[in-house]
Design a protein around this ligand. Structure first.
Ligand SMILES: [Zn+2]
Length: 672
């Protein structure tokens, strides 16, 4: 028997063997295809129920099998699982394409879409219908045959160019090696960084000396600690001129081509620019909104950034004889200034953050805010003995969710921290089917003599992922594809980032930040220091983020067809955001993988956007009390439980009474 092919509620981990996956995938895909065929061959007139809803609830077994498999591939993988993933992924991509290119299916969806106003659909149903329709139309389903053909050509050309863009940067990074033979050239570096540089030299066949490269683990510590200014300059220019040397690894022409193809694609589909196309499915909605957001923040953060820059330059000049602060000095002197201002290190804080205490803390916060109770249980099947399991109830003892927590690193777990689910939430046939949510992290494990003690960064990470978890656990929607974290991209970090705020509050810390040996609550002067150091040089960093956002919008929010000079265009976009003297040898765009290779085009603004949202939301709690039940209930009812059932701006305004304002962020960061 294949346990993945039987109906299951809790994932039956202990019964699953690797050989079960492939047949389960194949069978589940076949069933899903049959379900879709049944929709398209239905002789009744297309309706919301027989088309949109039927599609929504098709392929459920495939979803369950996929979530078990891909979660394992992230948290407990091995070569065999990776091999299955390589076999299955193209089949799943093909399955997805078969749906989005299914013309019969689109015809039915379009017919429902066109009469959407005459069917008395709920807001959630209208949202689902719109989402389904757009997943086809944004892919060209409404275009004539020749335009469809052009769209496919553009997509194929763009994906090749994106690949080449990334390959060029990688080749540039790998090409650069600086062999250091004088020990004094490494003065200032921590011993660990020196050792790593020596080891790297050995591994690259050098008999002696040290090797520096443009990989982050080598580059970042060098820029932060190395006293040798000339060498810092050399490395900084090498880093900043990647794929901008006019040779075969140059990306300037690729940048222009990608920007133009995206523009053409958007035009084909009836959008003014690529940014209009992307932002249609974002909380920000249009480029005008993003521009005014970035520029408002720029105007308000700039005085603080300039103040911080002068402070840094004065500090550097007092320390050494330099005539002006250059790009290769920033990280170096900032580190020194930070050490001077806050002598705060992780070892001081860790005793107050025993993992078990922090978990209790996040549960207490969830109880105080949302009335949730977490009960650890031992009868739920897991994929590893370290995984903890909980049943979650509300204050009326209604069952809310299953919560899995997998905290420590292992061979077979990828790095980082994330929230995921083994089963999403939906309502069908009068039943509210509850979700199975998981948090996976890589926290410092316990040792024979010490329990697991978290760094402060790990504490905020735990609260962050738990916030995503709450979004999943408290979901209360009808349709699974609109449930929990299935929201617009620039809205999804609100629940997670807002939870981090409680880590800085006295009233919250008193509940759990207790010394693991003495039980003493964390001293408030330490908390104050944490807060201050968290906003160190916030103005300069804000300006930097804004400059990237503006550059992104300059490539995607306007007609790029007249741009011929990448560097000149970039300089224009950066105008008003520069603190350091300009370096003609370097170019950001030719190595801006986020927007030209990854998925952040017209989306870079969302880093700051998300911060504004969480600061504005938390300011509401601060105003009324950080454990104020009324505000928490509003947050639960209008945000956490609603998933993607409505436009996020509408949801947010229902919670907050107004659109988010940048002031809350500026205040929290001490910029105004
Ligand atoms: Zn997150």
């Amino acid at each position: 028997m294949n346990p993945l092919l039987e109906k299951f509620d809790l994932a039956p981990f202990s019964k699953i063997k690797n050989e079960h996956f492939k047949p389960a995938f194949l069978k589940a895909m076949k069933d899903a295809r049959n379900e879709i065929d049944a929709i398209t061959s239905n002789s009744e007139e297309p309706s919301f129920k027989n088309t949109i809803e039927a599609l929504e609830f098709s392929g459920q077994q495939l979803d369950r099998v996929s979530s078990v498999f891909f979660n394992l591939n992230s948290a407990e993988t091995n070569e065999e699982i990776q091999k299955i993933a390589q076999e299955i992924s193209p089949l799943l991509a093909e399955f997805g394409n078969d749906i989005t290119l299914n013309e019969e299916l689109f015809k039915r969806i379009k017919s429902v879409y066109e009469k959407k106003n005459s069917q008395s659909l709920s807001i959630e149903q209208l949202t689902l219908l719109d989402k389904r329709y757009k997943s086809f139309s944004r892919n060209g389903a409404n275009l004539s045959e020749d335009k469809k053909k052009r769209l496919r050509e553009i997509d194929a050309a763009a994906s090749k160019l994106k690949l080449k863009f990334g390959e060029n940067i990688l080749a540039e990074t790998n090409k650069y090696q600086k062999h250091i033979t004088k020990a004094s050239d490494l003065d200032g570096l921590p011993d660990g960084a020196k050792e790593a540089a020596a080891q790297l030299a050995r591994s690259k066949g050098k008999d002696s000396g040290w090797l520096l490269t443009l990989d982050y683990p080598s580059y970042i510590p060098f820029m932060k600690y190395a006293d040798n200014r000339e060498l810092r300059k050399e490395l900084s220019l090498a880093f900043g001129s990647k794929s901008f040397k006019g040779d075969e690894l140059d990306n300037q022409d690729i940048v222009l081509q990608i920007a133009n193809l995206r523009y053409e694609r958007a035009n084909l589909l009836g959008y003014a620019t690529h940014a209009h196309f992307v932002l249609e499915e974002r909380m920000a909605q249009n480029p005008e909104k993003v521009h005014s957001f970035l520029n408002e923040l720029l105007e308000k953060a700039k005085p603080a950034a300039e103040r911080e820059f002068r402070q840094l330059e004065d500090f550097a000049k007092k320390l050494e004889t330099i005539d002006r602060l250059e790009k290769w000095d920033g990280s170096y002197y900032s580190e020194k200034l930070k050490q001077k201002l806050f002598s705060l290190d992780d070892e001081q804080l860790k005793p107050y953050f025993k993992l078990e205490n922090v978990i209790d803390g996040v549960f207490i916060v969830a109880e105080k805010l949302f009335g949730l109770q977490f009960e650890e249980v031992f009868d739920i099947d897991t994929y590893h003995k370290e995984v903890k399991t909980y049943r979650v109830y509300d204050s009326d003892r209604n069952f809310i969710s299953i919560f899995y927590a997998d905290f420590h690193p292992r061979a077979g777990k990828r790095g980082g921290a994330w929230m995921t689910s083994f089963k999403s939430q939906w309502k069908k046939d009068g039943e509210n089917v509850r979700p199975h949510i998981s948090n996976v992290c890589n926290f410092t494990p316990s040792t024979d003599t010490k329990p697991s003690l978290l760094t402060f960064n790990e504490v905020t990470t735990l609260f962050h992922e738990f916030g995503h978890g709450l979004h999943g656990m408290l979901a209360d929607t009808t349709y699974p594809s609109l449930s929990g974290t299935a929201v617009y991209w620039d809205f999804v970090e609100l629940p997670s980032q807002v939870m981090e705020n409680w880590c800085y509050e006295k009233d919250a810390l008193e509940l759990f930040a207790k010394h693991y040996e003495t039980g003493q609550v964390i001293p408030m002067e330490l908390v104050e220091k944490i807060k201050e150091s968290a906003t160190f040089q916030e103005g300069m960093q804000t300006l930097r983020q804004l400059s990237f956002g503006l550059l992104d919008m300059s490539w995607h929010g306007a007609d790029p067809t007249k741009i011929t000079d990448v560097k000149a265009h970039e300089n224009k976009a950066f105008l008003g955001t520069n603190l350091y003297p300009e370096t003609p040898e370097t170019c950001m765009s030719t190595a801006f993988a986020h927007i030209f290779q990854g998925g952040y085009s017209s989306g870079y603004y969302s880093y700051k956007w998300a911060e504004v949202l969480d600061a504005d939301a938390f300011a509401y709690f601060k105003e009324k009390g950080i454990f104020n039940k009324e505000i928490a209930t509003k947050f639960k009812e209008h945000v956490l439980s609603k998933g993607g059932t409505e436009n996020p701006m509408v949801l947010y305004k229902r919670f907050r009474g107004a659109e988010p304002k940048v002031e809350a962020l500026l205040e929290r960061a001490g910029l105004i």
